[in-house]
Design a protein around this ligand. Structure first.
Ligand SMILES: [Zn+2]
Length: 98
């Protein structure tokens, strides 16, 4: 029974944490966000909205990236090639701020 794994409620990764149903990174993330919400709900909303926007931008960029891989024609419009790296770095930097 203890070897049983469940899917993480947030990211879907298999996890053995059948009590919380969260993998370690997601549990940590949820705990920190809950802490921020209780300390400063307004800041939490602002922060989470910012994160939603970042995630949506990343999803769009990944779509574009996958698209240009198939269609080399669109590479000429790829002025944002440098930005992709920067936003990934910003994401890591923001995590450290938390
Ligand atoms: Zn997870």
């Amino acid at each position: 029974m203890t070897n049983q794994a469940v899917s993480c409620d947030i990211c879907g990764q298999p996890t053995k944490m059948i009590g919380t149903r969260l993998c370690d990174p997601c549990w940590e993330c949820k705990t920190q966000i809950n802490s921020l919400i209780s300390r400063n709900p307004e800041a939490a909303i602002k922060f989470l909205k910012m994160k939603i926007t970042e995630a949506e931008i990343l999803i769009e960029k990944l779509k574009v990236f996958r698209g240009t891989k198939d269609k080399d024609m669109e590479v000429e419009n790829g002025d944002h090639g440098g930005d992709e790296k920067n936003s990934t770095e910003n994401l890591s930097a923001n995590q450290n701020v938390m």
